[in-house]
Design a protein around this ligand. Sequence first.
Ligand code: SAM
Length: 433
Amino acid sequence: MTDRRPRPKRRTTSAGDPPGMAPRRAALRLTDAILRRGDPLDVAMHAAAQGLTGPDRAFAVAIASETLRWMVDIDALIDGATEQILPDDVKSRAVLRIALAQLLVLRTPGHAVVSTALPLVDGGPRRLVHALLSRAQQEEWQLPKRATLPLPTAERWAEQWGLPMVEAAEAAWSAPPPIDLSFAAEPNASEWPDAVSLAAHHLRLPRGQAVETMPGYAEGGWWVQDIAASLPARLLGAGDGRTILDLCAAPGGKTMQLAAAGWSVVAVDSSAKRLERLHANMARTGLSAAIAQGDIRHWEPEAAVDAVLLDAPCSATGIFRRHPDVLHRIEPRQIADMAALQAELLARAARWVKPGGMLIYATCSLERAEGEDQITAFLAGHAGWAVEPVRPDELPGGIAPDERGLVRTLPDRLSDVGGLDGFFIARLRAQPR
Ligand SMILES: C[S@@+](CC[C@H](N)C(=O)[O-])C[C@H]1O[C@@H](n2cnc3c(N)ncnc32)[C@H](O)[C@@H]1O
């Protein structure tokens, strides 16, 4: 039924919209692209947030991210308040999701949430949306303490790691994580009063600070890198001028670490766009590496090298805290496809290591198929290789290698100081011939 009551007069922009519509429209397009098309958030951003700048763009991303992080719990609130369950893909549910994320997570004032939600319903049930948002405010709806994982992820992780891991993962993704910085040289901790250090060349800052405004950004002495992502390069130690192939290198977090540790780095990646960021990172930090664009399924180095770091493309389920879109997009089929690609890349990378040399294989995934199982299969098919076990003293306190000397970071590790991303790292050595 059409709502024919006269509407109260609203302040509008020249286009007839109330103020603040642009980031909400973008957030709606973003969540739609992620949930219906399976686009990653950063890809969806280009189309969804075209023309948005600065704070509006950041607000659109914040709305979409918090909607995805809390979506299971927001849906439960919507379903508990409607007589008939709204289909999953109707506009009114999509609008309610982003409106409730603003109201309950971002704490946007109610009048701004309602006035910007109703125009988005587009001839749909405005009354229903209005009534639900009013109820949410009157009844002071609350979200649970921990954001519930999407069911397929919870089931998959429970099967692989057990229920306590799922609970730790829910605690970990209930808020955006702190900011980790990696430094080319040991930082002076007294210049960073808010920071804690969990390892050499590392500081952790509370979340919410704008990176560009932190001291020393322009000078390039540090870069943003989760402590887990910094482990693969740490396990190679000082380079002393030896040559390393940094495969799948862009945007260059590990390239910068390796260059700073004295390796002569050849960084390779297939993506021209991501390589632009690698070039910019090297320029900002004043570190150097030879950089090549190539698909390593076909690309070949000129000669064998002392070490290879393969940071393989993966499902990225380990970075779910900062990319809450991942858990709504990734399905078992993609994990299997990625595992097949990783096996191919690992087999090629292994051919380029000198006898006695080292190969690090890493993925930011919480799936065994992209970690432990990958290494078991590789070793079964490559007689000249063995695990070079990681020792506990090579890792920051609170992280320990498994019984094979492999590193697996799960969401319960370091949880008292802000946690870390989910990573898998294997250090392998080519046996001398
Ligand atoms: C996990 S990211 C790398 C992150 C990077 N190592 C860092 O520390 O900043 C994976 C990278 O693999 C690249 N990639 C994917 N498939 C590739 C292939 N077949 N050959 C080369 N690079 C590839 C992607 O473009 C992406 O930049």
